[in-house]
Design a protein around this ligand. Structure first.
Ligand SMILES: Cc1cc2nc3c(=O)[nH]c(=O)nc-3n(C[C@H](O)[C@H](O)[C@H](O)COP(=O)(O)O)c2cc1C
Length: 376
């Protein structure tokens, strides 16, 4: 069926058939997922987080072998990565407190205890941005672009790269459009994964505004197309987002539970078995606020009152635990990012099927609305 109702300005701008964007989720969204989504008429986005630049280039070329449709590459431009925070800046007692709690997780996994200072996160971002520009990726998907990024955005435009950035507040939306971004993704508090906020707030609540509330405010504040993200997993969500003034939707959690997703099997299984009460907003996995499934790690760390290391230094400190837990297929000791839409997710389709199902459902919703809601 020809796409008529859903051809928004976002479709025109990005050259896609349906206004459905798959999040470039770190460790989850590889070339196969991206190609499936783009072939189905949405925008597939490749995850660039923590990928060494040469590998990123190889993955981009793999997407191009699989499809000639538009696609994106995501890089998370968090201030704590530009450059990565130096772990030597962390006081000794804070390192000791965090490692003391982490050692309680190492023990059941058979890992040796350590009190060492963790290494710094790898510094790939500058080189990865050059790969995106050099490869003329149709869409550069970022989180946290600010006014200081105007020159980089101009370089993207000179190479024909459209820039889409994710924000969680209206001030950040304004700053990103002042810097020249072409599309804003408005991230609501329901979203899985990290909050799209720069400096880490003491608690995440003030900057974790629901999708329902943040999307229309950002739509009113900026002149570029806005994409709604957070808590959306089906056609009802697409229609609701369009009603709020968005030009499209971006989904993360729904795509974690797909055949092409690189998420571990135990993670996918937990997603299918859980409802929306199973997630928590926590900083204990990475040092930044993020929404994921509750497990022994999140709950025991929080209950212990142990200090949390600075943004992404915490993740470096716990990486041995996450790697070992993954090897042992143990979902209790590693992050499993997920949003509040998990109550809507009951199957493990192909990523392209997700796009088709959303469009099919959205058409049904519009027809049903037409009979249920009558204007006087
Ligand atoms: C597993 C997972 C990994 C994510 N990784 C990234 C990432 O690498 N970069 C990024 O900008 N956003 C990332 N996000 C956040 C998403 O872009 C988006 O805000 C969110 O998934 C939308 O809400 P939903 O999960 O309810 O669909 C991730 C989300 C999830 C669930």
């Amino acid at each position: 069926m020809a796409n008529d109702v859903f051809r928004t300005e976002l479709c025109e701008l990005l050259g896609i058939e349906y206004p459905i964007v798959q999040s470039g989720m770190g460790g989850v969204a590889g070339p196969e997922m991206v190609a499936e989504v783009s072939r189905a008429g949405g925008l597939g986005v490749l995850a660039g987080l923590n990928v060494p630049p040469d590998d990123l280039r190889r993955m981009i070329r793999r997407v191009r072998e699989l499809t000639d449709r538009p696609f994106g590459v995501n890089l998370w431009l968090h201030p704590a990565l530009r450059p990565p925070i130096d772990p030597r800046s962390v006081p000794d007692d804070v390192v000791a407190g965090a490692q003391g709690q982490l050692n309680r997780f190492r023990e059941p996994l058979g890992l040796p205890p350590t009190v060492d200072r963790p290494p710094a996160a790898p510094d790939f971002l500058g080189a990865a941005i050059e790969v995106v520009i050099d490869e003329r990726i149709p869409v550069f998907s970022t989180a946290l672009v600010g006014e200081h990024d105007a020159a980089m955005i101009r370089r993207c435009h000179e190479r024909g790269v459209t820039v889409m950035t994710m924000v969680a507040t209206v001030d950040d939306a304004r700053a990103a459009t002042s810097a020249g971004v072409d599309v804003i993704v408005a991230q609501g508090g329901e979203a899985g994964g990290h909050r799209s906020i720069g400096d880490k707030p003491v608690t995440p609540d003030a900057q974790s505004i629901s999708t329902m509330a943040i999307v229309p405010v950002i739509v009113d504040a900026v002149r570029v197309p806005v994409v709604a993200a957070g808590g959306i997993a089906d056609g009802r969500g697409l229609v609701a987002a369009l009603a709020l003034g968005a030009s499209g939707i971006l989904l993360g959690t729904r795509f974690v539970a797909t055949r092409e997703s690189m998420a571990a099997e135990y993670w996918k299984k937990r997603l299918l078995e859980s409802d929306a009460t199973a997630t928590t907003l926590t900083d204990v996995f990475s040092g930044l606020w993020a929404r994921g499934l509750r497990n022994r790690f999140s709950e025991e760390y929080r209950a212990s009152g142990a200090p949390v290391l600075p943004p992404l230094v915490q993740r470096s400190a716990a990486n041995d635990i996450y790697a070992q837990a993954a090897k042992q297929q143990d979902g209790e000791f590693s992050p499993m990012w997920a949003g509040q839409s998990i109550g809507l997710i009951h199957d493990l389709p192909g990523a392209g099927d997700v796009v088709h199902a959303i469009v099919r459902e959205a058409r049904q919703v519009l027809r049903a609305l037409d009979t249920r809601v009558r204007l006087a």
